[in-house]
Design a protein around this ligand. Structure first.
Ligand code: PMP
Ligand code: GLN
Length: 381
C-alpha cells in the first residue's frame, strides 16, 4: 500500500459486517436496508435487461433518460435548473462521485475542510487526491458546525469545503442559517464546495436545502446524490453529480478513467424511480421516521445516551452510561455479548480521543428486526 493510503486498510463497515455475519448477529452496523426498494423499479430493471437496454456500455455521462430525470428531480424538489446534457453526470454510486470530484478538483497540497466525524471515503479520497484533510469537528451533544471555527480553519491553501447534510453518522441537518454562513465564507474566500446529499429524502426535522441554490454558489458547487438510500437499492450503485457545466466537465474527466460507465440497465430503472410521485417520498420518510423513533427509544431504554438524529438512517449514541469508554472495543465485543453489530464512530475522527465513546446504529431495517435488536441490547445493562 502506498503512503497516501497508509492507514486505510479495510473499511470499518466491511469489518463490522464480516463480524456480524460470522456471529450470526443482527447487523445494525453498515447502512443498508434489509428490504428491497419498490417492486415496480425492480421490474423496470428487468424490462431494461430483457429489452437489451444498457447491456452494452451506456453513454459516458449516463443515459439521457436518467440525466433528464435527475434534472427534473432537482427542479421539482429544489427549483434548481440543470442542463441534462452538460450539468448532470451519472456515477457508480455517490462513492465514485466523491472520488471523481476530489480527484478532479484538488491539487496536491490543497487543504480540504470536511466535517468530522466524517464518512470514511472522504478521508481516503482526499488522501488519494494528494490533499490535506482539515477537520471541522461537530461536537456532541448538538453536533452543529461552529462557523467561527470554520473561518479560522480557512488558509490560503484551502481549496474546497466537503459538506455532508444530512450528515452521516450524526444525523445533523444543516439549517438555512448555517448553509448561508458557509456559503458566505465560500464566496468570500473563493472556495469550491462539494456537497454529499445522499440522505436528501431522509429528513425528519426541518427540511433539506441544497447549498447550490444559495446566491453565489451555483458556479462553485458540485452536488452529489445517489439512488442507494432513497430507493433502497444500494447494490445497484447508481449515483450522480449536478453542477455548473465547467465543474461537471472536470468531474467527468476523472470519472471516465475510474469506471468509464456502470450499471447500464439499472440506469433505466432509476430514471423511473426519480419520477415517482411525491407520495412515494413522503411515505418513505414517514416509514423511516417510525423506525428512527423505535430505535432511538429502544436504545435509550437499553441504557445508551442517544443523540436524536434529524436526518439519515443512523443514530449516534454514547456508551459512557455503561461505564465503557472505548467504542471500537465495545463494537468488537458487542456481537458476542448480545448478538447485535454496530459501528464505532471514533474511527471517523482524526483525534482518537474525540468521539471515543460514540457508537452508531442504523435503523434501515424491518421494525420486527429493530425490536429484536433492542430486546437483545436491553440485556447489556
Ligand atoms: N456518502 C454518504 C454520506 C454515505 O452514507 C454513503 C453510503 N453509506 C455514500 C456516500 C455512498 O453512497 P453509494 O452507495 O451511492 O456509493
Ligand atoms: N454508507 C454506508 C454506511 O455509512 C456504508 C457503505 C459502505 O460500506 N461503503 O454505513
Amino acid at each position: 500500500l502506498n503512503r497516501r493510503l497508509a492507514g486505510f486498510g479495510t473499511t470499518i463497515f466491511a469489518e463490522m459486517s464480516a463480524l456480524a455475519a460470522r456471529t450470526g448477529s443482527i447487523n445494525l452496523g453498515q447502512g443498508f436496508p434489509d428490504t428491497d426498494g419498490p417492486e415496480e423499479i425492480r421490474e423496470a430493471a428487468v424490462r431494461a435487461l430483457r429489452a437489451g437496454h444498457g447491456n452494452q456500455y451506456p453513454p459516458g455521462p449516463g443515459i439521457p433518460e436518467l440525466r433528464t430525470a435527475v434534472a427534473d428531480h432537482q427542479k421539482r424538489f429544489y427549483g434548481l435548473t440543470w442542463s441534462p446534457d452538460t450539468e448532470v453526470l451519472v456515477t457508480a454510486g455517490a462513492t465514485e462521485a466523491i472520488a471523481a470530484s476530489l480527484l478532479a478538483l484538488v491539487e496536491p497540497g490543497d487543504e480540504v475542510i470536511a466535517f468530522e466525524p466524517y464518512y470514511d471515503s472522504y478521508a481516503a479520497c482526499i488522501a488519494m487526491a494528494g490533499g490535506v484533510r482539515v477537520p471541522l469537528t461537530l461536537r456532541a451533544p448538538a453536533f452543529r458546525p461552529d462557523l467561527d471555527e470554520l473561518r479560522s480553519l480557512i488558509t490560503p491553501r484551502t481549496r474546497l469545503l466537503l459538506l455532508n447534510s444530512p450528515h452521516n453518522p450524526t444525523g445533523t441537518v444543516l439549517t438555512p442559517e448555517e448553509l448561508s454562513g458557509i456559503a458566505a465564507l465560500a464566496v468570500e474566500h473563493d472556495l469550491l464546495v462539494v456537497t454529499d446529499e445522499v440522505y436528501e429524502h431522509l429528513v425528519f426535522e426541518g427540511s433539506h436545502h441544497p447549498i447550490a441554490a444559495l446566491p453565489g454558489m451555483r458556479e462553485r458547487t458540485v452536488s452529489i446524490s445517489s439512488a442507494g438510500k432513497t430507493y433502497a437499492y444500494t447494490g445497484w450503485k447508481i449515483g450522480w453529480v449536478t453542477g455548473d457545466a465547467p465543474l461537471v466537465t472536470a468531474v467527468r474527466s476523472a470519472k471516465q478513467y475510474l469506471t468509464f460507465v456502470s450499471g447500464g440497465p439499472f440506469q433505466y430503472a432509476i430514471a423511473e424511480a426519480l419520477n415517482l410521485p411525491d407520495t412515494f417520498f413522503t411515505e418513505f420518510r414517514a416509514s423511516m421516521r417510525r423506525k428512527r423513533d423505535l430505535l432511538a427509544e429502544g436504545l435509550r431504554s437499553a441504557g445508551f445516551r442517544v443523540y436524536e438524529p434529524a436526518g439519515t438512517y443512523f443514530v449516534t449514541t454514547d456508551i459512557s452510561p455503561f461505564g465503557e469508554e472505548d467504542a471500537y472495543a465495545f463494537c468488537r465485543a458487542l456481537p458476542e455479548r448480545c448478538g447485535v453489530a454496530a459501528v464505532p464512530v471514533s474511527v471517523f475522527y482524526d483525534d482518537p480521543e474525540a468521539g471515543r465513546s460514540q457508537v452508531r446504529f442504523t435503523f434501515c431495517k424491518r421494525e420486527d428486526v429493530l425490536e429484536e435488536a433492542v430486546e437483545r441490547l436491553r440485556r447489556l445493562g
